[in-house]
Design a protein around this ligand. Structure first.
Ligand code: JCF
Length: 458
């Protein structure tokens, strides 16, 4: 009865897909209560009869991590990685003749999660929180396809740790869906993943495209392996997704080579990473090295350089959108930003070019943006690159401030800016070829035909 009721609870509350009728559910629960009244010694402490309705909607219960969830020390330079190797050697009293192989894997930009399995069954999922105390998100984690609900051949107690993340494609589709429904969109895939996992209603989490990579472990009733690489392979064999770019490297040179290889693939991976994690492969040596306050001595995160670059702004062009909005775009001398060649960046609107925010506040210390300027380009994850700063020392003294057009560059109609609107708009309507084409494109797009979007849209 207990198992049947729990299964019914799960399909009803978590999956939003009831498998038995309400009447059958109530009958089951009454029969269980009657049995418990007759044989109180057999009643389970966690019986569904002791619980009231759905989970309480008052934040998440806290979970104490038996083994703290760690963060990683950062490295930025190749020399920092060589130092990491040197520090481990001196701590262990090992000379340069001994090899210290390490694993190298992409550092996923998501949020960490600890999954506890007992006798192969997923019994708890907890966020990292402050490392010592996390949030109980078990029901939400059960809705993630990459997270197995049961394992075969696993240690009796196994805590698997890893990263919950969202792919670029899923993030873009989610944001489009959110916009269509008039709901808030997310700034980046990391925020979208965190917001989706930390939902009090697991049915919302279930509707979000979350993924999971396993890369570590907490409490274990027996070791997974005697090496880091072996442990990851074991997690993979148990049914977890592990990052396919994980490699075992013989020395610092191979670690740096894998760093370059991962960096080169960064833009085409389809999900955000912010560096490469190296871990000493030998788990006995890991144990000897131990921890500082919050970070292990046997691991380090080699971060990618900031996604900023300087280049010349060759031209400012104005694009006209479906609604007639005039959007300024910077045409740039091509430059690599975070592993991607960028030759266009958004300038947002007229005020942004002039050095004002959409609320009229001074930005960039009031520096305006001009054609011919040297500009700093900023790119974060999937977001459209933007011009973040201007180098006044390299500005041509003969240059002039950009004059934002008051006529539509496509049809010549007047372009007006309404009081309180950051955007200037072409008044040409369907006379304007740009608006006509963009409207037609929108009309034939899936978004415009999405029945669910009707009413919410326009
Ligand atoms: O991908 C990550 N964000 C990531 C984080 C990968 C790892 O191997 C980690 C981590 C945080 C802590 N390992 C530890 C020990």
């Amino acid at each position: 009865h207990v198992a049947q009721i729990e299964a019914a609870n799960h399909s009803y509350h978590t999956l939003d897909a009831p498998e038995i009728s309400d009447a059958d559910y109530d009958a089951l629960k009454r029969r269980l209560a009657a049995l418990e009244a007759r044989f109180p010694d057999l009643a389970r402490a966690d019986s569904p009869t002791t619980k009231i309705g759905a989970a309480v909607a008052e934040g998440f219960a806290k979970v104490a991590h038996e083994i703290r969830m760690l963060s990683l020390e950062n490295a930025f330079l190749d020399a920092d990685v060589a130092d990491f190797d040197g520090r481990m050697r001196s701590y262990l009293g090992l000379g340069p003749e001994v090899a210290l192989p390490c694993t190298a894997e992409p550092k996923i930009d998501g949020l960490s999660l600890s999954l506890r399995y007992e006798n192969g069954l997923l019994v708890q999922a907890a966020t990292r929180g402050d490392g010592a105390l996390g949030e109980n998100v078990t029901e939400n984690a059960r809705t993630i396809a990459d997270i197995p609900q049961h394992l075969t051949g696993a240690p009796a107690v196994l805590e698997v740790r890893g990263e919950v993340y969202m792919s670029h494609a899923d993030f873009a589709a989610l944001n489009a869906r959110q916009a269509e429904r008039g709901e808030k969109s997310f700034a980046n895939p990391r925020n979208a993943a965190a917001g989706s996992l930390r939902q009090l209603d697991a049915r919302i989490t279930a509707s979000r495209p979350l993924k999971f990579f396993a890369y570590s472990w907490g409490v274990l009733s027996e070791p997974l392996s005697d090496t880091q690489f072996g442990a990851i392979e074991r997690l993979k064999a148990l049914g977890f997704q592990t990052n396919p770019l994980t490699r075992l490297c013989a020395d610092t040179a191979e670690m740096l080579a894998q760093y370059r290889a991962i960096e080169a693939q960064r833009a085409t991976l389809g999900y955000d990473i912010d560096g490469v994690v190296y871990k000493l492969n030998d788990l006995a040596l890991q144990a000897r090295l131990g921890f500082r306050a919050t970070t292990p001595r046997w691991a380090i995160a080699h971060k990618f350089p900031a996604e900023l670059a300087w280049t010349r702004l060759e031209k400012i062009e104005i694009q006209v959108g479906r609604t007639g909005a005039l959007s300024p775009v910077a045409r740039l001398a091509p430059v690599t930003v975070g592993g991607v060649v960028v030759s266009n960046a958004t300038l947002h609107n007229e005020d942004y070019i002039a050095g004002l925010s959409s609320k009229g506040e001074v930005i960039r210390d009031g520096k305006d943006i001009r054609e011919g300027d040297w500009v700093q380009v900023y790119r974060a994850g999937d977001v459209i690159p933007k011009v973040a700063d201007v180098d006044l020392l390299r500005r041509d003294p003969a240059s002039q401030p950009f004059v934002f057009p008051h006529l539509c560059p496509e049809c010549g109609s007047e372009a007006l800016r309404e009081e309180g609107d950051a955007v200037r708009r072409c008044t040409g309507g369907l006379i304007c070829p740009a608006q006509a084409v963009e409207k037609l494109k929108h009309f034939v797009s899936r978004a415009a035909f999405d029945i669910e979007g009707l009413g919410a849209k326009q």
